[in-house]
Design a protein around this ligand. Structure first.
Ligand code: CP
Length: 337
């Protein structure tokens, strides 16, 4: 495995194919490591990781904590409700406080786009060696979620060898509230990098047509795309057409908390047009996998029966895969230092 080139993990736009391969390779190895007890790996023994989530989370926060503990790191999970944020302390000063106490990695989630990057830049400017891992920021990026989705998809397509070769040439649909989804944005970088052709499907108010150009616009400051040839992105308004040729579908939560205006006439018609159910899966030409990052609005973006059908819906596998993927990320950022 070549040496890891990134100090921080903020956005998958900067990931090369070798980076994806390294993460999946390590995740495969870490899958069998127990989450507690004496058989934990000693890789990060004596290292201090702080989990600074300024926005609620169940899956990401808990699995980062389990991942860090599985590598024998010391972990502190910050609780915003009982912190000095209520006295007006900024996220940056909160982060600097943890760094002053010896944190070698900060895993940061914030409702505002750019907060993890802003903290990473401030740490670099202050010559601090602390790594920043983006646990989800605003509408921008959720890299660890997209990587665990990639691992789950590779494991579905190629159970004996879940690496990036399993993805090339596949047709994968992302359905629902793309506009408000940092998960969809990170998935667009990772899936197209691995040669997947992505169809985005949703109503115009939640899926502007210009998402077809999404990967042609790397983030400010990044001049070169590390991927030579990406898969295509297309936008569809028809769930039936989208599912017909799909090899897998990623459904997204309707993010009502991020909607500043009424973007849908009514939830019932959204559910009828874009909700995924056993009935809508009859349009598929083959047996496909259904993924969802969670939390799910049961009966809106996905039927409750489908959520509980683990022969099709891989939500449980996604959650389980979150731990080895996050172990891999922490290992890559910290173990060689
Ligand atoms: N998928 C995801 O980020 O879930 P949480 O908000 O529970 O972490």
């Amino acid at each position: 495995m070549s040496s890891w080139p990134h100090k921080h993990i903020i956005d998958l736009a900067e990931f090369s194919l070798e980076d994806y391969q390294s993460v999946l390779e390590l995740a495969k190895r870490f899958q069998s490591v127990p989450k507690s007890g004496a058989r934990k790996l000693p890789a990060l023994q004596g290292r201090f990781i702080a989990i600074l989530f300024f926005e609620p989370s169940t899956r990401t926060r808990t699995s980062f904590e389990l991942a860090a503990k599985s590598l024998s790191a010391d972990v502190q999970t910050f609780s915003s409700s009982s912190s000095s944020l209520s006295k007006g302390e900024s996220p940056l000063d909160t982060a600097l406080t943890y760094v002053a106490m010896g944190a070698e990695a900060l895993i940061i989630r914030h409702t505002c786009t750019g907060v993890p990057e802003q903290i990473a830049k401030a740490l670099d400017k202050a010559n601090k060696s602390t790594a920043v891992l983006n646990g989800g920021d605003g509408l921008h990026s959720h890299p660890s979620q997209a990587l665990l989705d990639l691992f789950t998809l590779a494991s579905f397509f190629q159970p004996n060898n879940p690496d990036i070769s399993a993805l090339k040439g596949r047709n994968i649909a992302i359905v629902g509230d793309i506009l408000h989804s940092r998960v969809a944005r990170s998935n667009l970088w990772s899936l197209t990098a691995c040669g997947v052709n992505v169809t985005l499907c949703g109503p115009p108010s939640l899926l502007p047509k210009d998402f077809e150009q999404f990967v042609n616009n790397p983030p400010p400051g990044q001049l070169v795309d590390p991927i030579k040839k990406r898969g295509d992105i297309s936008v569809s308004r028809s769930l039936k057409e989208t599912l017909t040729d799909a090899d897998a579908v990623l459904t997204l939560r309707l993010q009502k908390e991020r909607m500043s205006q009424n973007l849908l006439a009514d939830l019932g018609s959204y559910q009828r047009e874009f909700g995924i159910s056993h009935q809508s899966l009859e349009w598929c030409n083959k047996k496909i996998a259904v993924l969802h990052p969670g939390p799910v609005n049961r009966g809106i973006e996905m039927s409750s029966e489908l959520v509980d059908d683990h022969s099709i819906c891989l939500i449980e596998k996604q959650v389980a895969n979150g731990i080895p993927i996050r172990m891999a990320l922490l290992y890559l950022l910290m173990a060689s230092k």
